[in-house]
Ligand binder design. Structure first.
Ligand SMILES: [Zn+2]
Length: 239
């Protein structure tokens, strides 16, 4: 069933390949493989910190798929084109999702479709990771449906959300990423490539810490108000 759907999407892409503006499905192809959660095509989103790779996202369910170790290249027309890559399967995504499982069965994750992810783009905390996927409530809902599970409630973890909004703001000024939360074990730090940059990153972090927290608190609260919080806890129920 799943492979039939895929074939249909690729067929659509072939039919519409010359059109300048086409539906999402028509964007499917080797360079825009299907989203592991919802099968819509994935598109390049932003470069990852310290040139560590490219982040792609699904414009339907919002799932982020990270390609570590690959950078943008430029085609003959001078336009950026992404490398081909393997976004993995729904099983791969579920395996990683389960790393955030808590004792009561709920799942915690940093929300890619958050206000902070949108405002800070490539500086967003969640891109500093060794994992492959950045989840959203919608992507989690789609993924666990294959296990006959449903999300009954999504709650926002305000303190972590404020902390990640704050760190994302600092990331906009530093060479590396997640310097402070990484040192505290609350995020994965991606260090800058030179020792002098790593030293300077601590100085920059200290310098922008106060203005960043003044901005982070109201911004994250606005995000939560609009159900775009940065850190989520999804309650799961088996059907
Ligand atoms: Zn998707």
């Amino acid at each position: 069933m799943e492979s039939e759907e895929l074939t249909a999407q690729y067929a659509t892409a072939t039919l519409h390949v010359d059109l300048p503006k086409v539906p999402l499905e028509a964007g499917a192809g080797p360079e825009n493989p299907p989203c592991p959660a919802c099968s819509e095509p994935l598109f390049p989103w932003v470069g990852m910190p310290v040139g560590t790779g490219i982040a792609h996202r699904c414009e339907s369910c919002g799932l982020g798929v990270l390609v570590h170790g690959e950078k943008f290249r430029f085609g003959s027309d001078g336009a950026e084109t992404p490398y081909r890559y393997d976004p993995g399967t729904s099983e791969d995504a579920l395996r990683e999702l389960d790393l955030g499982r808590e004792e009561d069965g709920s799942i915690v994750f940093d929300n890619r479709a958050s206000l902070q992810g949108w405002v800070t783009g490539g500086a967003w905390v969640g891109l500093g990771t060794e994992r492959r996927y950045c989840f959203t409530p919608e992507a989690v809902t789609r993924l666990i449906a294959v296990r006959d599970q449903v999300v009954t409630k999504v709650r926002w973890r305000a303190l972590r959300g404020i902390a990640t909004m704050w760190q994302s703001g600092i990331n906009m000024f530093t060479f590396g990423q997640n310097v402070v939360l990484g040192a505290l074990g609350k995020a994965h730090a991606v260090e800058a490539d030179r020792p002098w940059k790593r030293g300077l990153d601590w100085f920059i972090s200290a310098a922008v810490a106060i203005p960043a927290i003044i901005a982070a608190v109201p911004l994250e609260l606005i995000g939560i108000l609009f159900r775009r919080g940065g850190a989520a806890r999804a309650r799961i129920q088996v059907l």
